[in-house]
Design a protein around this ligand. Structure first.
Ligand code: DQA
Length: 159
């Protein structure tokens, strides 16, 4: 699939994801964030997408990047780390961005502690990919590419 878009996909990572490779490898694996980034760039190239890949430990910086994405990106892949479960500010920024956003997690958050089952990001995301390790990112990119190509309608369940 080749997606004609001039704007990049923003792949945004929240707190502690800079520690990948060192951090709890039994949960998150041995790949570093640089490895994940390289994987995402390789996969994006096959899909004809450009990627802007970033990580921050600061909630405000993540909010600023999501706001920036509104004009500069064609879509968002977001692994907000622990902010997934706590941040109304990230949710509000995603809603304001009015872009297709996919929530990503390396681990299967639903097999873990109950507090990880709650996600503010999910309230704004088209879909969620979790539990596939670094492949969660490339699977999410496939999903976003399909939406951008008009082959998948993003669905929104009504409350
Ligand atoms: C995570 C899951 C979160 O619950 C956790 O706080 C993270 C990483 C994941 O990728 O599996 O930092 O988002």
């Amino acid at each position: 699939m080749h997606v004609p878009t001039a704007k990049p996909v923003y792949v945004l990572n929240g707190p502690n994801l800079n520690m990948l490779g060192l951090r709890e490898p039994s949960i998150y694996g041995h790949e570093t964030l640089a490895d994940v980034e390289a994987r995402v760039h390789r996969h994006a190239e096959k899909l004809g997408l450009r990627v802007e890949f970033r990580q921050t430990n600061y909630e405000g910086e993540l909010v600023t990047w999501i706001q920036e994405a509104r004009d500069k990106a064609c879509g968002i892949l977001l692994n907000a780390g622990a902010l997934t479960h706590t941040s109304v500010a990230v949710l509000d920024a995603l809603n304001a961005a009015e872009l297709p956003a996919i929530e990503v997690h390396l681990s299967n958050v639903f097999r873990r502690e109950a507090f990880r089952h709650q996600s503010y990001v999910s309230l704004a995301a088209v879909g969620v990919i979790c539990g596939f390790g670094p492949a969660s990112y490339t699977l999410a990119l496939d999903g976003l590419a399909s939406i951008l190509a008009g082959k998948t309608a993003g669905t929104k369940a009504s409350a």
